[in-house]
Design a protein around this ligand. Structure first.
Ligand code: SAM
Ligand code: DTB
Ligand code: SF4
Length: 320
């Protein structure tokens, strides 16, 4: 029952996405209960270590140097400041600490050495660590693994077919290459994408298909709703229907039963009830803290209250 499969097809995934919502959520929650404690949510805190001025032209991103947005390049944070933020996140209840660099790729040198030191020190606090910093090499992945990195986040963002309408400065194949280096190094893979960028339902299915045919599956799958930021090419995209986010969470849960499905960007646009439907659909992780990388996220108090009101418990960090 609920075997882990890596041979999902586009049409099977489209069939899931098109199920009556209650059937889909029921199936997803059934799978969820087979593999996960039913009422447990992981809290991950994000920190932007290097903000803005990025060389890529990702159409959704306020940190791209190609667009005029309210995000301006800032100096890279130092190790001490980052570790102080991690300690604060832990004290406030997070079990995972995710650090972002607005880079096209990791470059050798002092900034990479500092990243390795941040990973070592954040691990030493007893938090899971995740880094998202663009493309990397096999050697860099191995060094991050040796520093104790739990996971590397590198999203597909969308389907292979729609990708080049959103990003032109790098290819889907380069995305996949980085993910392969991460996997080979033994670091866990955090990989998901965004809805609300003008993609079709087939694009959503194809993105999920690429994720679900990885073997092994990514250990965590962030599902983001586009945060439409003024100045970016996608600024005028209408908000998604929250029920589509429920469908994405549910389908990701069915396809990748063991993964953490992270309800990521876009929660400020969701009602409490829509978020609870996402949890019922199998989402079991959220970003916790009032900012994502550069855009707002729900207040900590509101999230704590929501989890308390539904009787959810918070996942403790794993020790591996
Ligand atoms: N520069 C690195 C990279 O692109 O891999 C790491 C940081 S980047 C901001 C991480 C991910 O955040 C992107 O791949 C994208 O999926 C997501 N993201 C960025 N801007 C977003 C937005 N406005 N709305 C939703 N998700 C967004
Ligand atoms: C992911 O999938 N979503 C997070 C995290 N991984 C790095 C980032 C969301 C960024 C939203 C836009 C911003 O705050 O700049
Ligand atoms: Fe740069 Fe990452 Fe933003 Fe793309 S998503 S512009 S690579 S920070």
């Amino acid at each position: 029952m609920f075997a882990i499969r890596h041979d999902w097809t586009t049409s099977e995934i489209l069939d899931l996405l098109r199920l009556p919502l209650l059937d889909l959520v029921y199936q997803a929650q059934t799978v969820h209960r087979h593999y996960h404690p039913p009422n447990q949510i992981q809290l991950a805190t994000l920190l932007s270590v290097k903000t803005g001025g990025c060389a890529e032209d990702c159409g959704y991103c306020p940190q791209s140097g190609h667009y005029e947005t309210s995000v301006h390049p800032q100096a890279v944070m130092d190790v001490e400041a980052v570790v102080a933020k991690a300690k604060q996140a832990k004290a406030l209840g997070a079990s995972r600490f995710c650090m972002g660099w607005a880079w096209r790729e990791i470059r050798e040198g002092p900034a990479f050495e500092a990243m390795l030191e941040m990973v070592r020190q954040v691990r030493a606090i007893g938090l899971e660590t995740c880094v998202t910093a663009g493309m990397l090499t096999a050697t860099q992945a191995k060094r991050l693994a040796a520093a104790g990195l739990t996971a590397y986040n590198h999203n597909l963002d969308t389907s292979p077919e729609f990708y080049n309408q959103i990003v032109t400065t790098r290819t889907y194949a380069e995305r996949l290459q980085t993910l392969d280096y991460v996997r080979q190094s033994g670091i866990r893979v955090c990989c998901g994408g965004i809805i609300g960028m003008g993609e079709t339902l087939t694009d959503r299915a194809r993105m999920l298909e690429v994720l679900a045919t990885f073997n092994p599956h990514p250990e965590s799958v962030p599902i983001n709703a586009l945060v439409a930021v003024a100045g970016t090419p996608l600024a005028d995209r209408p908000p998604i229907d929250p029920l589509d986010l429920v469908r994405m969470c549910a389908t990701a849960r069915i396809l990748m039963p063991q993964a953490k499905v992270r309800l990521s960007a876009g929660r400020t646009q969701l009602s409490r009830e829509a978020q609870v439907l996402c949890f019922l659909a199998g989402a079991n992780s959220i970003f916790y803290g009032e900012t994502l990388l550069t855009t707002p996220n729900p207040e900590r108090d509101a999230d704590r209250q929501l989890l308390a009101d539904i009787g959810a418990t918070v996942l403790e960090p794993h020790r591996s």
